[in-house]
Each structure stands twice: as structure tokens, then as C-alpha cells.
Design a protein around this ligand. Structure first.
Ligand code: PLP
Length: 459
């Protein structure tokens, strides 16, 4: 019977046509044109572009790469390499490359347990994304005032802690660093998690240790405007496997990172619906190189700042920013507080006229997302829909939570943010440039202020 059926099958097959082979030759999905598009984005000259094009014409690109972490076809994808270099650089056990610093903050807050009915203490000066990510995680940001370092004032944190507080989110601001030992002591005392936002101070150190490694989680923005980064990217580091798991779950919604993707959760809180905040291979290809250059970049900035501050005179009417660790500064800005805004405006203008880039916000300055009272989506407690569960959450109300945000909540930040004069530094200044820079600053400051060797020194 079976033999009869086989014979029938063979007869059927021989009476039908079968494929003899297709002639169409595939071209790579991502080929020379896309490569050229990147080269053009670099702004290369026409002859340079033509040279690249002629080289590419001789290359066989095969079927073309997928520029995704999971399907790179390489023994180590560029994202994996970026994560490895991050682990090696910061000495952390885990690192995740993400699509932005904001994504890293969101993943970090969810990982440490921010959710409906919880609060996170954020600095009055930092960046909107930190507080926004608390809200994205369905928590409520509570702003803490700063001190003359322009960083969160550890002496003011404890008064803001409530039974709803789950985390502290110190932000290292504009190349400077927070007082991490004091912050960690408060966190330990109250059993709080710490998410360090290092977006603006990648490479900064406190007592010789990188910022981002003190807290339970450290996050970085790896965007074009930061010390490390080519376009848009983020980085999260931690030593805690559970926090790494949960941060991965938020940023890899499909559970892709798990040893067994479809296995049931290994513990409560391991598996939940997340986002796709993955870093692309293109971004990682740039960032892995950028990150490995970071120590040298920071070293140049530090060196320039040290050379300049070492030559600056001290003045009665201005106070240099307090530095929590002068040796650990990244040092891409020099900041000081003049007695009055008017004096700051005069100094700032004179510095600019003399060829040194300086700025002051001044009274009634333009809205700025680096100061709490201008972070309107937070201060107005906006929401994307009726069910948003942050400020308006029934769990929050049930735990006695109620928050209003007003200008004046953080008076030191209000004052210092308007009055601070920011002077930009360039990592590529030569010794001669530094001497010139300091001489010009001294001459401008001497014009408006009184030299006073006993005034607060520059660090
Ligand atoms: C302190 C701080 N945190 C977070 C972010 C957000 O990073 P990203 O723009 O990569 O989302 C920034 C960006 O400027 C920042 O300055």
C-alpha cells in the first residue's frame, strides 16, 4: 500500500515544475549608500567622500549587517563592547547601553522600586529628565535645595524624607560632583536607594572613585552634548544583579536578556511589561570609542582648569563655587557668584567682550529646564491621561501624599541659579592659552572688584 502511494507521489512530482534556481543577486540590506550617508553626515569634503565611495565599490558587503545588538552576527556586538568598556572603566559588575539618559533614568527608577505612591528626592538644580523619569515611573519628585556647590545640600535631605520616600536622586552638575559620602550615609540610615545622575559629569570622581559607583545605580547620558557620546544614548551601571535584571526588563520589554526568554519569572518583580530602550549598534560603534577616550578627555579638562584657577586672584565681591572634590572635577566650566546680579552681568559682558565665553541667567531669565521651578510638566502636575498615576494617584493620596511646587520652595537654588556666572573652558587650551585666559579674567575682575587675598579661593 505504502509503495503504491510513493509511486503516485513521484508521478505527481515529475508532472509538476520545480525550481531550477533564481538568477536575482541580492544586494546588502544596509549597503554602500547607507555607509555613504553616514560619511556625508560627518561633513566630509567631496574628495574624501569620493575616495570612500571608490573603496566601497571594490568591497563585497555580502547580505549586509543588521545594526541591532541581538542580531549583529559578531562574536561581540558593538553594544556588548560598549557595555564591557563601561564595566571595565567604572569597575561595575553590570552595564546596560540604552537609547538615552532619560531612558536610563526611567529604567533605574523602576528598578529600585519607584512606583505609585512613592517619592524620590531630586535636586533643585539638575535637569528636568531626572524628575520627569520619576513621574514616568509613577512616583512623585520632591525637590531638595542646593548649597554653594550648586549640588543637593545633604543637610536639607532628611527633612524631606517621608514614609513614601524610596530613593534619592543626586545629580552631578556641569562637570562637578555631589557630596556622595554624606548622601550615602543618609541613604543607609533611612534604607533608601540612590540613583546617581552623572549625565553632566561623566568621569567625575569623589575621593578618587568615579561618580555613578557610589549609588545603587548610576546613569549617564551618552548624547552629543556630553563628555562622552556621538548622538543619542544612555548608560546604566550597577553592582546589583536584581537591579540589573529589573532595569533590563524595563528597557527590554520582551525579556530578551533572560537566560530563558519564555521561562516563568524566577522571582517576583523579575518580569513585567517594559519598553524598547535599546541602544543601536550604530550609536554603540561610536560610543565604545568615545568612552575609551573619556579618561584622557577628563584629564585634559582638569589640567586646563587647574592651570587657570592656579593663576586667578581672589576678590571680595565674588565667591567661587564650592567644590565637593576639587581633584575629582571634570572641570569644563568655571563658576562664581558675584554679590549682585548686576555685577555679574557687567563682568559677564566684559568677559565676552574680551573673548572669554561667559553667561549669567539674571533676574527673570528665560525659562530653563535645569532649575526646578521652570520644569513646568512637573510643577503644573500635568498628565497624559485621566489615569496617570503619579501626582494624582489614589495610592499616593492614601499614603498621605500631597504635593505642590512653587517658586521659593528652594530659596538657595532660586538665588544662586540666577546669579551664577558660568565661564566655559576648552580641553584643548595650551599652557600659553591658560596663562592668557587667566590674565584676561584677572584684568576683568580687577576692574569690577576689590582684590582681597583673604577672599574665598579658587579651586
Ligand atoms: C542631568 C541630566 N540628566 C539626564 C539627562 C537626559 O539625558 P538624555 O538627553 O540623553 O535623555 C540630561 C541631559 O541633558 C542631563 O543633563
Amino acid at each position: 500500500m505504502a509503495g503504491h502511494r510513493d509511486a503516485e507521489q513521484k508521478a505527481l512530482q515529475s508532472s509538476m515544475k520545480s525550481v531550477t534556481g533564481f538568477k536575482g543577486k541580492g544586494r546588502p540590506k544596509i549597503g554602500a549608500e547607507e555607509f555613504m550617508s553616514i560619511a556625508e553626515r560627518f561633513g566630509l569634503s567631496k574628495p574624501a567622500l569620493e575616495k570612500i565611495q571608490s573603496i566601497l565599490a571594490e568591497e563585497d558587503l555580502g547580505a549586509g549587517p543588521f545594526l541591532a545588538n541581538y542580531y549583529s552576527g559578531l562574536p561581540e556586538s558593538r553594544v556588548q563592547a560598549f557595555q564591557r568598556v563601561a564595566r571595565e572603566t567604572f569597575g561595575s559588575r553590570y552595564a546596560i547601553g540604552l537609547s538615552s539618559g532619560t531612558a536610563a533614568l526611567h529604567a533605574a527608577f523602576v528598578a529600585v522600586g519607584v512606583g505609585p505612591g512613592t517619592e524620590v528626592i531630586c535636586p533643585a538644580i539638575g535637569f528636568f529628565a531626572t524628575a520627569a523619569a520619576v513621574v514616568m515611573a509613577k512616583g512623585v519628585p520632591v525637590f531638595c535645595d542646593v548649597d554653594e556647590s550648586l549640588h543637593i545640600d545633604p543637610a536639607k535631605i532628611e527633612a524631606l524624607i517621608t514614609p513614601r520616600t524610596v530613593a534619592l536622586a543626586p545629580t552631578h552638575v556641569m562637570g562637578s560632583v555631589c557630596n556622595m559620602p554624606a548622601i550615602m550615609a543618609i541613604a543607609r540610615k533611612h534604607n533608601l536607594k540612590v540613583v546617581e545622575d552623572c549625565a553632566q559629569s561623566c568621569g567625575g570622581k569623589v575621593s578618587g572613585r568615579y561618580v555613578g559607583t557610589f549609588g545603587h545605580v548610576g546613569i549617564f547620558s551618552i548624547s552629543a552634548y556630553k563628555i562622552v557620546g556621538g548622538g543619542e544614548g544612555g548608560l546604566l551601571i550597577t553592582d546589583d544583579e536584581r537591579l540589573w535584571d529589573r532595569a533590563n526588563c524595563l528597557s527590554e520589554g520582551g525579556g530578551l536578556w533572560r537566560p530563558e526568554r519564555f521561562a516563568p519569572p524566577r522571582y517576583e518583580g523579575e518580569l513585567f511589561c517594559g519598553t524598547n530602550y535599546r541602544m543601536s549598534e550604530l550609536e554603540a560603534a561610536v560610543d565604545v570609542v568615545q568612552l575609551s577616550k573619556m579618561p584622557e578627555t577628563v584629564g585634559r579638562f582638569r589640567n586646563v582648569k587647574r592651570q587657570i584657577t592656579g593663576r586667578l586672584k581672589t576678590y571680595r565681591e565674588i565667591r567661587p563655587q564650592t567644590l565637593n572634590d576639587p581633584e575629582g572635577e571634570v572641570g569644563y566650566t568655571l563658576r562664581f557668584f558675584p554679590e549682585t546680579i548686576e555685577l555679574g552681568q557687567q563682568i559677564s559682558k566684559a568677559l565676552n567682550d574680551a573673548g572669554i565665553g561667559a553667561g549669567i541667567r539674571g533676574r527673570n531669565g528665560r525659562p530653563d529646564w535645569h532649575i526646578y521651578h521652570d520644569m513646568y510638566p512637573i510643577t503644573l502636575k500635568t498628565r497624559s491621561g485621566a489615569d496617570d498615576c503619579s501626582f494624582h494617584c489614589p495610592h499616593y493620596a492614601a499614603k498621605g501624599g500631597k504635593i505642590e511646587y512653587r517658586l521659593g520652595d528652594c530659596p538657595v537654588a532660586d538665588d544662586l541659579f540666577d546669579r551664577v556666572v558660568n565661564v566655559g573652558l576648552n580641553q584643548w587650551y595650551t599652557e600659553e592659552d591658560c596663562v592668557q585666559f587667566a590674565d584676561v579674567m584677572n584684568s576683568v575682575l580687577s576692574h569690577f572688584c576689590t582684590e582681597d587675598p583673604s577672599a574665598k579661593p579658587w579651586r
